[in-house]
Design a protein around this ligand. Sequence first.
Ligand code: FMN
Length: 226
Amino acid sequence: MTQPSSKARTALVVVAHHRADSLTAHTARRSADRLEAAGYRVDLLDLHAEGFDPRMNTADQPDWGDREKAYSQEARAHMRRVLDADVIVAVFPVYWQSVPAILKGWIDRVWNYGFAYGRSRPRLAGKRMLWLGLAGATADDPVTEGMHSLLEANLNEGIAYYCGLSHSTVGLLTDAEERPQRVDASGNLLVGDAVAGAEREAQYADFDRRAREFVEKFLAEEGVTA
Ligand SMILES: Cc1cc2nc3c(=O)[nH]c(=O)nc-3n(C[C@H](O)[C@H](O)[C@H](O)COP(=O)(O)O)c2cc1C
């Protein structure tokens, strides 16, 4: 385990799933363990468990004439957690080739004008971000490549770099369903039989391995080895 500085670095792990027994929550926990093993202090932000309200409201709506607007207490508490983090890892199920509403709402309300963007010296500069998206599509589904590109454009370009983050990467974890899904040439969704037994164990082991590789590659780019 190597640590770049004597002060423990902080990783904010953001989980966007309504079930604690989901593959998404499992992947977030394993990623947090990995980060801890690499010497990070982990702040685990489970948006559903903490009751985060993703709906935009008047207090958190940007005022384009006031970069210093005092946003709601809830948004400010989340901004503090973002500021305290050196790296941010968001773990979420891919919904409609995007992030689920609760994660989108967190970005909308917390990554706000004057805090995350709108300054010549961005406050989030220097932070690094990993987006780990779990997708029901299989790796060989023709939809997967375009989905990955869309997520990269939206999350890396549209959000992270717009907010001055120094690095952002999207790890797409396909085959997140035990029943394989793919869309045929006529546009029908084909849902295969659930895998079971040893085959299922192997599928999950492979899934965990791919998730771990994304985290380790992200850490290696940070100069940290787990
Ligand atoms: C509303 C909704 C939209 C979805 N959209 C996509 C999608 O665009 N692409 C995809 O590959 N899977 C999609 N899925 C499948 C989810 O990504 C998949 O069920 C999830 O990653 C499984 O992880 P979980 O067990 O932790 O929920 C969607 C699922 C739901 C419920």
